[in-house]
Design a protein around this ligand. Sequence first.
Ligand SMILES: NC(=O)C1=CN([C@@H]2O[C@H](COP(=O)(O)OP(=O)(O)OC[C@H]3O[C@@H](n4cnc5c(N)ncnc54)[C@H](OP(=O)(O)O)[C@@H]3O)[C@@H](O)[C@H]2O)[C@@H](O)CC1
Ligand SMILES: Nc1ncnc2c1ncn2[C@@H]1O[C@H](COP(=O)(O)OP(=O)(O)O)[C@@H](O)[C@H]1O
Ligand SMILES: [K+]
Length: 514
Amino acid sequence: MKIFSSAQLQKADQLTVEREPIASIDLMERAATTVFQEIHQRLQGAPIPIKIFCGIGNNGGDGLVIARKLIEHGYHVTTYIVNYSDRRSKDFLINYDRIKNVTKDWPILIKGKNDFPTLTRNDFIVDAMFGLGLNRPVSGWTKDLIEHINAAEAFTLSIDIPSGLFSDQALAEEHAAIQADFTLTFQSLKTSFLLPQSEAYVGDFQIVDIGLDRDFLQTAIVHKFFITREEVIKRYKPRNKFSHKGMYGHVAIIGGSLGKMGSIVLATKASLVGGAGLATAFVPQCGISILQTALPEAMVVAVASHDHLKADQKTMDVLSDLQPTTVCFGMGTGQEQATIDTFHHILKNTKNAMVIDADGINILAAYPIMLKDIPAKSVLTPHPKELERLIGSWVDDFDKLKKTKEFSKLHDLVVLIKGAHTVVVDGDDLYFNSTGNPGMATAGSGDVLAGIISSLIAQDYISKDAAIIAVYLHGKAGDFAADKVSMQGVMASHLVEYLGEAILDLFKPQEPKT
Ligand SMILES: NC(=O)C1=CN([C@@H]2O[C@H](COP(=O)(O)OP(=O)(O)OC[C@H]3O[C@@H](n4cnc5c(N)ncnc54)[C@H](OP(=O)(O)O)[C@@H]3O)[C@@H](O)[C@H]2O)[C@@H](O)CC1
Ligand SMILES: Nc1ncnc2c1ncn2[C@@H]1O[C@H](COP(=O)(O)OP(=O)(O)O)[C@@H](O)[C@H]1O
Ligand SMILES: [K+]
């Protein structure tokens, strides 16, 4: 699913008005009515106090339409105009007038701190102060009002975007934005919703289709996408009836050290459950019986040393004779000099795209000279700390995206930014995951992901697609697991256990939205 910038959405608004054609006041009525219907469906006429804060631009205009519709349907509504400027928009003014038709209670004007209403936890607040027209951080008494609303801890619904938050740039910590519990956003997700720095503001969100110009939405070029089920299905390759295991690739998983062999068990198992035809684990000698006992389906090769990875020529010859379709390196290896040398040797002798995880990434960060030896389009799977070691620190989330893109382009690699809404970065293109939950913040969960990505590359998916499908299925497995065992109860093994269910779910009929 495409993620549009605020400039593109403004353009789409304008083209819709011209091409449909529809008067902008009618488009506002249509958009805000859709929001009203969502609210009405949830509240079902409940007699709770609803307080709507409207700005003086078109976001405020939406707020006035919603207020009018709620009043018409018998809700207990108080409408406030947050008069941060006298430059009221045309469509705001029309709706300011129209609300007179349904109530004798004229909206209450807020012009400063003395006008702030008392709010309680029991209020239902609708935030329609600023939308995509926000062009600088909110300051003065308007900022105080935002803080006043947040302090009430009432359920807060934001229209289009929590007021004060930007769509395409970061908000500094000292600035204020509405801490919404829920956001109903028009037509497209806003990038900032998916970034950790917005966590306090966004809450849950839902996109409402307001019928903006289809042609524009389909043809506009974007570089940001949301990885939904449809994005995965369109990339998925079904199996052929007469296929055999030789057609589904051979993954070589190389890693582990004394006390960290579980990481290899998880990654290797995930690669097989993800559909690879064959998997061979290359581990230090201490790992042989662990692997063979835990995972009879995998082949195991022991390297020369006992405790950590130190490959001799013989092991390297075994690796090249096996001709694995893809090599995955790094989980649980540690950073002994012999391991670094082994890794460098592997990089220089591998041509196909690899998957590099955990200590593999730490070694690259410590020895950037090795970056030039990584096969093109290999996938790097850092968590935020590993990413920082690799690309340096960033000023904010948008800067992090920019720096990761530059790194990805410079080295011709696919780079993940793992976390909630894991981002798959392929040059200029960013794919944000839609699945997963905080239950997955648990030991070994990244090892499982690296195994699934390797498995898909081995099955002939291009690296970018392998990463996109893998993060979605990994997150979905985490969601199924959390449903069964609670978020706290999720362990990395569950992600392997529920991976099959995640794959099956791709093709199950989905329940219609209520
Ligand atoms: N167009 C359409 O067809 C549709 C549009 N829709 C809706 O329109 C919304 C966008 O509306 P919008 O462009 O009027 O901007 P909006 O966010 O209401 O506020 C802009 C005002 O704020 C001001 N201002 C900015 N920053 C400020 C600050 N820090 N502190 C103080 N003031 C500040 C700025 O004035 P300035 O001072 O910069 O001159 C201006 O007066 C969009 O999010 C969606 O909800 C839907 O109805 C669908 C159809
Ligand atoms: N809050 C969260 N929401 C969704 N997914 C998460 C969350 N926290 C972690 N994850 C996922 O769990 C995995 C953790 O990876 P990583 O930190 O490398 O784990 P480990 O090193 O223990 O294997 C990543 O795929 C990440 O996206
Ligand atoms: K808003």
